[in-house]
Every structure is written in structure tokens, then in C-alpha cells.
Design a protein around this ligand. Structure first.
Ligand code: MG
Length: 233
């Protein structure tokens, strides 16, 4: 491995567990509907709304990189099915977005990020609509890249190469870190980056050639970066 000069980093399930925030966001939307549009809430309980969102995703494959637009279309369709043409898309989107970004960091994430950011630039690469500014971590990132802005989602090489462009570094000197074997490890390797699998759950690797490195949490990565710079590696 060449000396590492920057980190690209996945967000959801790498720095915080995303599922609790997504579930709470669905409940916030549901509570708002019950209060303001009870007929819509009755016709579209959480489970039905989730199925509609999946149907929207299947029918709009050109929006595979844009979860936000998929969700706005879902709101519009749910209201249309109840005979309401002017759905409160913006209001509901704001409620969803605020709750979705109300994440609870893994305890290692912030201290490890601070250690790493003091050494080298960090670029986020996310397929989701997490907002580092809302979450309060943006000051630790050199650049933030998401699938909506890049026009493609991981594992497409283009989103990783956009990060290399922003850093003005060759992919071989950028270490990509993420929890998802296919989206993060396989995708980044295809783009020519060395890879870290952040394996918080202690799973076994079963996706072809192993990642270059594997850590159980972000401290493992920060420790490794300390050691490799101490040895000039
Ligand atoms: Mg992830």
C-alpha cells in the first residue's frame, strides 16, 4: 500500500446506526399526518407508506441515487390516492429530514474523527441524505460528496473518483472506509482505492478478495493511521 494521504468515509452505519433514525423519521411523519391529515394517515400507515416508497424506487430507477426525491414522490402519490393534489411535500420533507439527521453517533466516532482530521483530509461519500451540517460534524470534513450531487451512487467508481478529484490525489493514496462490503469495499477497490471494512458487528468477510484492512470501530482506524505515520508507512 502507498502512504495514505487522505480518507474517504461512508456515513450511515459507519459513524452512527441509521435504522433508529429512519424509523423515528417515519414515526414523526405519521404523527404529523394523524394530526393534520387523518384520512391520509389512515390510508397510509407506516408499513403501507414504506411499501409505497419501495414501489416508487422500483418505478423510478433513474432516481436510484436520489432517496430524497423518491421520498417526495412517495408523499405526492400518497396524497393523490386520497384525492389531495397539493400535498404538503415541503413540510413533510422538513419533518422527515430533521428526524433522519437526528442520529446518535457511535461513541468512538467523534473522538476518532477528531484524531484523524488533525492528520489528513477526510471526505464523506454517502448514498443517503445525511446532512453533516445538521449533525454538527461538517467542520471535520474537507469535502462532502453524496449520490445526489455526484449523479451516481456507490458502488459506481465515479463517486469515488469525484472524491479523488476534490482532494487532488491519486485514488491509490486515499483510503476508503465503510461498513458495506459491496457499496464501500468492492466499489472503492474498483476505483483503485485501498479499502477498510468497518465491521462493527463482527461478521465474516464473504464477498471475494478481502479488504486491505478491517477494524471493529473508528479508533482502530485512527490507531492504525498513527502507527503507519510513525513508521513512515
Ligand atoms: Mg454505510
Amino acid at each position: 500500500m502507498l502512504p495514505i494521504r487522505a480518507i474517504t468515509l461512508d456515513l450511515d452505519d459507519t459513524l452512527w446506526p441509521v435504522l433508529p433514525a429512519l424509523i423515528e423519521a417515519e414515526h414523526c411523519v405519521d404523527r404529523w399526518l394523524k394530526e393534520h391529515h387523518p384520512t391520509v394517515a389512515t390510508q397510509w400507515p407506516i408499513e403501507a407508506m414504506r411499501e409505497l416508497r419501495e414501489k416508487v424506487a422500483r418505478e423510478h430507477t433513474h432516481l436510484a441515487h436520489d432517496f430524497s426525491e423518491q421520498r417526495r414522490i412517495t408523499i405526492r402519490q400518497a396524497f393523490e390516492a386520497c384525492g389531495i393534489d397539493d400535498a404538503p411535500v415541503d413540510a413533510l420533507w422538513r419533518i422527515y429530514y430533521a428526524a433522519r439527521n437526528n442520529v446518535e453517533l457511535y461513541p468512538d466516532s467523534l473522538p476518532a474523527l477528531e484524531r484523524i482530521a488533525a492528520k489528513m483530509p477526510i471526505v464523506s461519500i454517502s448514498n443517503g441524505n445525511a446532512d453533516l451540517e445538521v449533525i454538527g460534524l461538517h467542520h471535520l470534513f474537507h469535502t462532502r460528496i453524496n449520490a445526489i450531487g455526484a449523479g451516481v451512487a456507490k458502488p459506481d467508481s465515479k463517486i469515488f473518483l469525484a472524491a479523488a478529484d476534490a482532494l487532488d490525489l491519486p485514488p491509490a493514496q486515499i483510503l476508503h472506509v465503510g461498513d458495506d462490503p459491496l457499496l464501500d469495499v468492492v466499489g472503492a477497490r474498483e476505483a483503485g482505492m485501498p479499502t477498510v471494512w468497518l465491521n462493527r458487528t463482527g461478521e465474516k468477510w464473504s464477498h471475494g478478495p478481502a479488504p486491505d484492512l478491517e477494524f471493529a470501530d473508528m479508533h482502530g482506524l485512527a490507531d492504525w493511521l498513527d502507527d503507519s505515520s510513525a513508521t513512515g508507512g
